[in-house]
Every structure is written in structure tokens, then in C-alpha cells.
Design a protein around this ligand. Sequence first.
Ligand code: ATP
Ligand code: MG
Length: 315
Amino acid sequence: MGTLVVDGVGKVYPGDAGHGPTAALDGVSFRVGENEFCALLGHSGCGKTTLLNLVAGFEQPTTGRITLDGEPVGRPGRERAVIFQDYALFPWLTVHGNIGFGLRTKGLPAAERERIVTQHVALVGLTGFERRYPHQLSGGMRQRVAIARALAVDPSLLLLDEPFAALDAQNRHLMQDELARIWALETKTMVLVTHSIEEAIRLADRIVVLSRRPGRVKEDIRVDLPRPHHEDDPGYIALRRHIRALLWDGVPQTKPAAEGHGGKTSTPGDERRAWERLQPRRDIGSGGGLVAAEAAPTGSRSDVHGEVRALRGPR
Ligand SMILES: Nc1ncnc2c1ncn2[C@@H]1O[C@H](COP(=O)(O)OP(=O)(O)OP(=O)(O)O)[C@@H](O)[C@H]1O
Ligand SMILES: [Mg+2]
């Protein structure tokens, strides 16, 4: 269970007073196999959240089709759990209450609910904190509760939208490891939206790299590295370099400030510098992410493929 197929999906948001329509996604196709961990990676505003919302059923595609285990995805359903950046916990419920919330609507007997809650509290390492309220927890602990709550209802597909973005670098790293550990235990199909190249490579089996808006699939990359995906692995380093080049493809890396600076037109160089200024500082501590794209190579893509092949050896 948990095979997701996104087939030719486009999304245009209708305009309103003063704004024209927005094409957020265009002809996006990819497949996520059962128990696979897929990352959707792309620049801010390229349509990642839109895509996740379509898969979750919060929005409907303008074109194309999305299926889960062969069934068209319609409205939100219990088989597709979503974890948001801001945790979205119920502040009036304890850790225990939050994790057990979805189970009440499943109509399970009380003893069975208790068993599942206890198991999931332990899974995310919160045993002893069951009676605390969200405001009494750290950001990392809150996100653990959100993960446990989502998994407790046993979904076929777990959707995560920048789940660790609000955490400091150290906690983000820790939670990435935690998520990898939980995924290995629970073996669920997961789709993670992220800006961070490192987060994508650390966690995913497959990385779908999206272009700038309207988001299109630039490349669907299989992460063929031994787990855990370690940042010192030469294959990891080569893949990171490849994805940086891919994301900044066609954007000059060293061009001086454009003549049009301050004028009406902007060049890709301006756009890139502006984008870098707008990025939250959160990526710096984790050793790069897109903020570190300054170091992106200008070499051709085929060189990078060659480098990856050479590092990984023949298959
Ligand atoms: N409900 C909406 N109505 C109109 N336009 C929208 C709506 N939601 C998103 N958009 C537009 O669609 C585009 C894609 O937005 P989306 O939130 O999917 O991007 P994103 O890749 O998740 O960005 P970020 O990384 O900053 O979270 C943006 O131009 C955004 O303004
Ligand atoms: Mg988003």
C-alpha cells in the first residue's frame, strides 16, 4: 500500500480583484513506490506546497490526475496524513490527547487506542511527557508529537511540508535522523517538501527537483547511496553538487551587479542574489542548503553524472 502516481498535473489558481491567475504547476509527473521516501525539492514559490496540497486533497488539480494505490485522490482522507511546518497541534490537548485524536474518529475500543498511543509516544521518544501540553514542549518535541499523531492512524502515505524549517540547525539535524529512524521502523511511503538539498539527500530514496514557477519536473533522481546517507560519502557530495548545478541551471554564478539594478528589468543574476537575501538564515548552520549555492560548480551536468558513476562504481 502507498503507491502514489502524479500524472501530468497542472494547477492554475484563479485571479481575483487586482491579480491575474497564477500558474503554480505545469505537467508534473512522477511516481513514488510503496514505502519509498521521496523529496520534492525546489526554489521558494515553485509550487511544492501546492503539489502537496493536491496530493492531500486540500486542493484539486486543474489538469492531470493523482492516484494512490490506483484510486483517484479526491477529498482529504485518513490514508493521507499531513505534517505541517508549524506542527498544527491542538493546544488544549496533551501529548497523549493529540496523538490519540485521530484514533477516536476511527471508532477503536479504548484499550486498543491506549495501546497505539503508548506505542507511538515511545516511537518518537516522548515517554514521560504524555501529560504535557504543546506550550510546555520544545519545537522539536512538538514536531515529534505531530509525527506520532500522523502515524498513529496508520496512513498509507505521509506528507511532510518543510516539517523542520522552524527548528534551529542542530535540532533540525537531530529530527532528520529521527525521521530516518522512524521511517525505517514504520516503512511508510513518505513525501517530504523541502528547500534544503542536504535534507533531501539525507532522507530520500528519490528526489524530484522542480523548476521555478510554474513548477515542472527538472529531474527525477534516484538516491542510490547506502543508508544512512552520510554527508562525507563521496556519492553524497557529488549528488549535492549535481543538484546545486541543476537548481541554478542557466543562472550566472559570478556575473557582476547588472546594469538594470534598481531599474525596471531584472536579470537572472539579480533574481538569484535577491532570492539568497530572502532565504531564511536557517540553512546556514546545516552546512549549506541552497544558501551555500555560491559554491555551485559551473561544470556541465554530464560531467557530474560521470563523477557519480566513477564514485559509485559499475552497477
Ligand atoms: N491559494 C492560492 N491562491 C492563489 N495563489 C496561490 C495560492 N497558493 C499558492 N499560490 C501561488 O502559487 C505559487 C506557488 O506557491 P506554493 O506555496 O505552492 O510554493 P512553494 O514552493 O511551497 O513555496 P515556499 O517554498 O516558499 O513554501 C506562488 O506563486 C503562490 O503565490
Ligand atoms: Mg511551501
